[in-house]
Design a protein. Structure first.
Length: 183
């Protein structure tokens, strides 16, 4: 007796390897990119591994007049969020004070990870978070977390993460959308 066919999956679906509240599917691009719905996407562990191991993160913000501003920073992927710091008087901090929306990407154009979210200022009196960030800084950059009066630390939880590799594009282009209700 032949097996019944499995029901068709939607273009955005849940994968067992993806974080709770995340839906996985295709990036939103024009049809000319040739992306086709499929059963398998990159596992989120691919993006997380790249986010954890990356040394530099490109932070992209908007100036008050709408012009873009991009700059690399050091940072840490911890507990599902990217953390980075800067001087409160820096262009990126002044931009984030006006518009907390941020896009962050890694150095590689061959193994792409792009994160979109909202930057939230980290409470420096939260000892547990500070200890995690300090330990991450010592392990990754071989120095303690630099916190001075003019420093501000941010946490960015993803709203959207995009990933693909050049060698298998468009076949592995993947988009994760995170449930931000209540966030």
């Amino acid at each position: 007796m032949p097996k019944p066919k499995a029901p068709k999956k939607s273009a955005i679906r849940k994968q067992a390897t993806d974080p709770a509240g995340a839906r996985v599917g295709l990036p939103h691009v024009p049809p000319t990119y040739g992306l086709k719905p499929r059963q398998q996407y990159l596992p989120f562990s691919h993006a997380e591994d790249r986010l954890m191991k990356s040394r530099n993160y490109w932070i992209c913000t908007s100036r008050p007049d709408g012009r873009p501003h991009s700059i690399p920073v050091w940072g840490f992927w911890i507990d599902g969020a990217l953390y980075f710091g800067t001087a409160r008087s820096s262009r990126k901090a002044r931009n984030l004070a006006q518009n907390a929306a941020v896009s962050i990407h890694l150095d590689s154009g061959d193994d792409v990870v792009i994160l979109e979210g909202t930057a939230v200022e980290v409470d420096l009196t939260d000892k547990s978070t500070f200890q995690k960030l300090d330990a991450a800084s010592r392990a990754k950059y071989k120095m303690p977390l630099m916190v001075m009066p003019e420093i501000v630390l941010y946490s960015v939880r993803p709203r959207v993460v995009l990933a693909w590799t050049e060698k298998d594009f468009p076949n592995n282009a993947t988009r994760w959308e995170f449930d931000t209700a209540g966030a």
